[in-house]
Design a protein around this ligand. Structure first.
Ligand code: LLP
Length: 383
C-alpha cells in the first residue's frame, strides 16, 4: 500500500529500482529485539539477504551481530559498523584469503563445515599467532518443508557435518592447538513457515549436547541459524513475521545449560517485507492463450521467480482502470524463463503503468546481475 505522495516520487524515478521502507524495517527490528530480549537470545543478521549499506547500518544500530558467508560480507559488515566480536562466518568453501581476513579482524566465530576446513583454519591461525574460535555446523538431517532449492538440513545436502560424525570430528578438533571449539551451529533452510522443523531441530540440538557431554564438553554457544519465512501473499496484512512465536517455541523445546548462549541468524524475516521492486510497463501484447505485460525489470533485477519459481505479489500501482485482465508478467531478457508470473490478474495495464513487486527486500537487489549488460537497479529510501 503506497501513498499518493510516494507514488508521485516513484513516477519521477528511473525504473526499475528498489524502494525500501526504513520505517517498516525499524518496526520489524523493534519486534525482533523485543522477542529476543525476552530470553536473552543473540541475533545475527544474515547479510546475504541484503547488504545495502543503509540497511546494514540501520540493523547495526540495534546491537545485532552479522552472519556472513564470504570474506567480502565480513569486511562489508565491519565497514558498516558491526563489531567484529559479533561477526560469524559460515560457508562450505571458505578460501585461505577469506579465512586470513576474518582472522585479522578477530571475528567472533567461524561456523565450520568440514574437518579439512578446520585443519586449514588451525594452520592459518597458527601462522598468524591467533586462536580461532569455531563452531561445528552440523547437518541435522531434518526436512524443513520448504522449497527444495532452499532446504539445507537434509542429510544429503552439501551443508554441515553429518551429525553422526560429531564424536569423531570433536576428537580430531580437540588436538588442534590454534582452535577453540566454542559451539554447535545449524541452519535447516529458508522461508520456513511450519514450526515443526524447529521443534525437531531443538531435539537434535539436545541430542548433540548429550553426546558432547559424554565427551566431557559443555560448549557455551548454540546457533540455530535463520530460516523464518514471511507472508509473500499478504505483505500488507502480515508485514512483520512472528518472531515471538518462533522464539517461544525454541524456548519451550531447547535444552540450555547454565551459561550457554543461544544465537539466531535471520535474513529474510528481517528485510523481505520492507523492500519493493518498482518497474514500468513497456508494452502489452496479446498471444493465443494470454496477454503479456512486458515490464522494464528482468530476472537480472529480481531472480527469485525464475530461479525458484517463487511468488511475489504484483500490483499495478498507477492504473486507474476498474476492469481487470489476466497477464503473463514478463521482463525484457532474451530468455524464456524471464517470467515474473503467469495468469496473474491485474487492473487493465497500459504502457507507462508502474508495477510493484512486493516483499523483494530479501534476496532481491543482492542477487541482481548485469546479464544482457543491463544496468543494476538502484536503491531508494524515500520517507
Ligand atoms: N544462516 C545460514 C548459514 C544461511 O545459509 C542462511 C541462508 C541464513 C542463515 C539466513 O536464512 P534466512 O533467515 O534468510 O532464511 N536466495 C534464496 C534463499 C537462500 C538462503 C541461503 N541461506 C531465496 O531467495 O529464497
Amino acid at each position: 500500500m503506497f501513498t499518493k505522495e510516494l507514488i508521485s516520487k516513484f513516477e519521477t524515478t528511473p525504473t526499475p529500482f528498489y524502494y525500501y521502507d526504513l520505517s517498516l524495517l525499524r518496526r520489524t527490528l523493534d519486534t525482533l529485539f523485543k522477542a529476543a530480549s525476552k530470553y536473552g537470545y543473540k541475533i545475527h543478521y544474515a547479510v546475504k539477504a541484503n547488504a545495502n549499506p543503509e540497511i546494514l547500518k540501520t540493523i547495526c544500530e540495534y546491537g545485532f551481530g552479522a552472519d556472513c558467508v564470504s570474506g567480502n560480507e565480513v569486511l562489508k559488515a565491519i565497514e558498516c559498523g558491526f563489531s567484529p566480536s559479533k561477526v560469524v562466518f559460515a560457508g562450505v568453501g571458505k578460501s585461505d584469503k577469506e579465512i586470513n581476513d576474518a582472522l585479522a579482524h578477530d571475528i567472533f566465530c567461524f561456523n565450520c563445515e568440514s574437518i579439512q576446513e578446520i585443519q586449514v583454519i588451525n594452520q592459518l591461525a597458527s601462522q598468524s599467532g591467533k586462536i580461532a574460535r569455531i563452531a561445528l555446523r552440523l547437518n541435522p538431517g531434518i526436512d524443513a518443508h520448504t522449497n527444495k532449492c532452499i532446504n539445507t538440513g537434509l542429510e544429503d545436502s552439501k551443508f554441515g557435518i553429518n551429525f553422526n560424525y560429531l564424536e569423531d570430528v570433536v576428537k580430531e578438533v580437540m588436538v588442534l592447538k590454534n582452535i577453540n571449539l566454542v559451539g554447535i551451529h545449524f541452519h535447516i533452510g529458508s522461508q520456513i513457515l511450519d514450526l515443526e522443523p524447529y521443534r525437531l531441530l531443538c531435539q537434535r540440538s539436545n541430542e548433540m549436547q548429550q553426546k558432547l557431554q559424554l565427551l566431557g564438553l559443555n560448549l557455551p554457544e548454540i546457533n540455530l541459524g535463520g530460516g523464518l519465512g514471511v507472508d509473500y501473499y499478504n505483505p500488507d496484512q502480515n508485514p512483520i513475521p512472528d518472531f515471538e512465536n518462533l522464539l517461544d517455541t525454541i524456548h519451550q523445546n531447547l535444552d540450555v545449560r547454565e551459561g550457554q548462549k543461544v544465537h539466531f541468524e535471520f535474513g529474510r524475516a528481517v528485510v523481505a517485507q520492507c523492500g519493493t521492486m518498482i518497474a514500468r510497463t513497456l508494452y502489452t501484447k496479446p498471444a493465443s492463450k494470454t496477454t503479456f505485460a512486458i515490464v522494464d525489470a528482468g530476472f537480472n533485477d529480481l531472480i527469485r521467480p525464475a530461479l525458484y519459481g517463487s511468488y511475489h505479489k504484483i500490483e499495478n500501482i498507477t492504473s486507474t482502470s476498474n476492469e481487470t485482465e489476466t497477464y503473463d508478467v514478463v521482463g525484457p531478457i532474451c530468455e524464456s524463463t524471464d517470467v515474473f508470473a503467469q495468469g496473474y490478474k491485474l487492473p487493465v495495464t497500459q504502457r507507462g503503468d508502474l508495477i510493484a513487486f512486493r516483499s523483494a527486500g530479501a534476496y532481491g537487489e543482492i542477487m541482481a546481475s548485469r546479464y544482457n549488460l543491463r544496468d543494476l537497479a538502484k536503491a531508494y529510501f524515500f520517507e
